[in-house]
Design a protein around this ligand. Structure first.
Ligand code: CMP
Length: 509
């Protein structure tokens, strides 16, 4: 007995054994696929039934028995295709970690069924299938418009990859869910509250949906804003610094390290009514299913950071600031501000030779002027109006050369001063001075400064020293002087500067 005869004779037994084996494997490794095995068993049952009818009809001599026999053959091949489909798509591919979406495996199986059917139809079966398919498709297209829309929607979604299994999407109605499966007619979403949303595929294609936290070349993470409010007694800089430091001091579970969480000031006066500023911490959530618990961790950390810094959260009601108007309180306030200005002017070397009285007078004249990181404090070429006393932070002195390039001249750290060149010589600002950090400055106006120089002309000498030193550095940076060039330049420049200052202030020589 040849192998082919053996297989023909025992085909049915082999098929039954194969179904039993596959059913056992599915039960063990892919229990969710049991309905497919059931379908195969039904097909086998139908085959047995049709085959029995064909045999009986043939025995009784009916001519139509051969058609029934062909039908039985067709059912047998469907059974085999179904079984092969389960073996490949539900057992072998998952075992080697290849996961096809159900639509793809279904499509491949459908092709298998069509080819088997075409092969069964005698006399150019494929041609007759093609001939009738036009009519059949027209009828189907009309009657199954919505179904076909969903079907092609599903295929399109798979092909262009706009929505992948595992993506988190937001529908037009605002609901969010994780794509569990893209099926023939619909897509299944699982929400955070353990509900399942079934969305017709055509709807997904027609409406604009938002795929949350997906950006090419980056891990899946979604930016979340968490708002809080702090009243105006605390500067945005203080609040942002306190919260940022705490957020980045140690990682928080499910919060991405890059981009790092950070705080922004959203509004100084929301709706124009409230007396507090609104802030938002922005962080990137790495597990989109745990938004609320992660938000809660981040809020807890914000709260602790603010408590440590002694910054209370603004109350939801409007805050009423009462400023006591009595003379005593007013005097105290003025004194406090004056002392701050006094400390500022005293910290600067430029005024080291000032008497106590002069320092007090100077403190009366200066004004507080903070700048934020990146701001330009003085601009090269501008008319000079102020002398700047730097009490907190650092600034960079940068000059722009004739060919439009920017060259760094010096970095000044508090306590220091700048802007004296323009103010003392009447020349335009020699350089840009840019805040490297958030800085605190006090500035002295030109008239105030002139008054002090007129009263104490010897100050001009002291200032001209610093000014000459800086000027030489400035010229060196501009012209690339060597040590010797610097020295010879220093002598002429000192004299020139002093003359210029005296001329400018109308001082006697
Ligand atoms: P002014 O020219 O008024 O404006 C730009 C300021 O940059 C200038 O005054 C100085 O105060 C400062 N500046 C210029 N060159 C230097 C330097 N070499 N070192 C420190 N500060 C400088």
């Amino acid at each position: 007995m040849t192998a082919s005869v053996f297989f023909q004779r025992y085909a049915f037994a082999l098929l039954v054994i194969a179904i039993v084996v596959v059913a056992g494997l599915v039960n063990r490794f892919a229990p969710t696929r049991k309905p497919r095995v059931r379908r195969t068993v039904v097909l086998l049952g139908l085959f047995v039934m049709t085959w029995s009818i064909a045999k009986t009809a043939a025995f009784l001599g009916f001519g139509w028995s051969k058609y029934v026999s062909s039908g039985a053959d067709l059912l047998a091949s469907y059974t085999v295709i179904s079984l092969v489909g389960i073996t490949i798509f539900d057992l072998i591919l998952p075992a080697v970690r290849i996961r096809l979406v159900s639509i793809t495996s279904d499509l491949l199986l459908a092709v298998g069924y069509v080819v088997a059917t075409a092969g069964m139809i005698p006399g150019g079966g494929l041609n007759s299938i093609l001939a009738t398919s036009a009519v059949v498709s027209a009828v189907l297209a009309i009657s199954l418009q919505a179904t076909l829309g969903n079907l092609f929607g599903g295929i399109a979604l798979r092909l262009d990859g706009s929505v992948e299994v595992g993506d988190w999407i937001q529908l037009e109605n605002g609901r969010q869910g994780k794509v569990r499966e893209v099926r023939w007619r619909h897509t299944v979403l699982e929400t955070r509250d353990w509900t399942t949303i079934v969305v017709p595929n055509s709807l997904l294609l027609q409406n604009s949906i938002i795929v949350l936290g997906r950006r090419d070349g980056h891990p899946r993470q979604w930016r979340i804003p968490i708002q809080f409010a702090v009243d105006h007694r605390y500067s945005p800089e203080t609040v942002i610094h306190a919260v940022d430091e705490a957020l980045n001091a140690a990682p928080i579970e499910r919060v991405a390290l890059t981009p790092a969480p950070h705080t922004v000031c959203l509004d100084l006066m929301r709706d124009g009514r409230e007396s507090y500023a609104t802030y938002a911490v922005r962080y990137w959530l790495t597990d989109l299913s745990s938004d609320e618990s992660t938000n809660s961790h981040v809020r807890t950390r914000i709260y602790a950071a603010l408590r440590r810094a002694g910054i209370p959260l603004a109350r939801p009601t409007q805050t009423l600031f009462l400023t006591p108007n009595d003379e005593e309180a007013e005097k105290k306030r003025t004194e406090r501000h004056h002392n701050r200005r006094y400390d500022a002017v005293r910290s600067v070397e430029l005024f080291a030779k000032f008497t106590e009285e002069e320092l007090q007078a100077l403190a009366e004249r200066v004004r507080y002027a903070p700048f934020t990181k990146g701001e330009t404090v003085t601009r090269q070429g501008a008319v000079a109006h102020w002398l700047y006393i730097l009490t907190k932070g650092s600034v960079k002195v940068r000059m722009r050369t004739d060919d439009g390039k920017s060259k760094s001249v010096a970095t000044l750290h508090a306590p220091n001063f700048f802007g004296e060149m323009g103010l003392m010589t009447g020349e335009p600002r020699s350089a840009d001075v840019v805040a490297l950090t958030n800085v605190d400055c006090y500035r002295l106006d030109k008239e105030g400064f002139q008054k002090f120089i007129a009263e104490r002309p010897e100050i001009a000498n002291d200032v001209s020293e610093t000014l000459t030193k800086r000027k030489i550095e400035y010229i060196s940076a501009r012209e690339g002087l060597n040590e010797e060039g610097r020295r010879s330049r220093e002598i002429t420049e000192r004299e020139r500067t002093l003359t210029k200052i005296r001329d400018f202030f109308g001082l006697v020589r």
